[in-house]
Design a protein around this ligand. Sequence first.
Ligand code: VGL
Ligand code: ZN
Length: 238
Amino acid sequence: MPDRRRILAGLATTAIAAVVSRQAWAAASIKIDDASALLVIDVQNCFLPGGSLAVKDGEQVIPVINRIAKGFANVVMTQDWHTPGHISFASVHAGKKPFETIDLAYGKQVLWPDHCVQGTDGASLSKDLSIPQAALVIRKGFHKDVDSYSAFTEADGKTTTGLAAYLKARQIERLFVAGLATDFCVAWTALDARKAGFEIYVVEDACRGIDTQGSLAKAWADMDKAGVKRIQSNDLAV
Ligand code: VGL
Ligand code: ZN
C-alpha cells in the first residue's frame, strides 16, 4: 500500500525532525546576556606546545575559545606573569624538581618549571587567540613570594587582584571560564568566583588540564561541591 507507506514515512520524518530539533535546542540552551562575561585563562605560549610548562593538547582550546567568544560582549583574559626567580619555580628551591611540592607560609605549593616570566615571549598571550573585544587583561602571580592561580585572589588567600570589584562594577553576575589549566588556574578561578558570589560555568572542552598527582579529578570534585557548573561549548547559544 504505497499511500500508507508514504504516510508512515512522513510520520517518521516528522518524528526524526522533532528529535533533532529538540536535541539542537537542548544542546544550545544556555543564553549569554549582558550580565555574562567570558574569562579566558592563561592562553599563553608557555602553556602551549613547545612551551616550558606545556599543557597536553593545550592548543586545542584556542579554536573553541575563539568560537564561543563571538557570543560575548564582555571578555576578560588573564596572563600568568611571574618575576624571574618566582617562588613557584622549582629552580629557586635547592634540591627540588618540577611537580614536587613544598610547604610555604601560605600553604602547599606545587613547584613548576620556570614559566611565564614577565616580558618574555613565553608569557605572551597566544597570537592565535582572536578576541578583539576583550576589554581587560588581568596579570597575576607578579608578587615574587606568592603564587596566584586564581584570577581573583592570590595564593595567600587574601591579596585581591581587583577582578571581583571590576566585574561587579560592570554589573556582571554570570561567568563562563575557559583556558589553561583546568586543574590549576581555571579551577582556582572558578572556586573563587563562587566565593565572590558569581554564578560560574566551566566550559570543559574549552579547557585542558595538567593533571599531576590526581589534580584534575580533585579539581572537578572541588568545583562540583562548590556549585561550579560544568558545561560543553555546544551548550552555549552562540
Ligand atoms: C598555571 C601552573 C602554574 C595555570 C599557572 O595557568 O594553570 N599552572 N602557573
Ligand atoms: Zn604560574
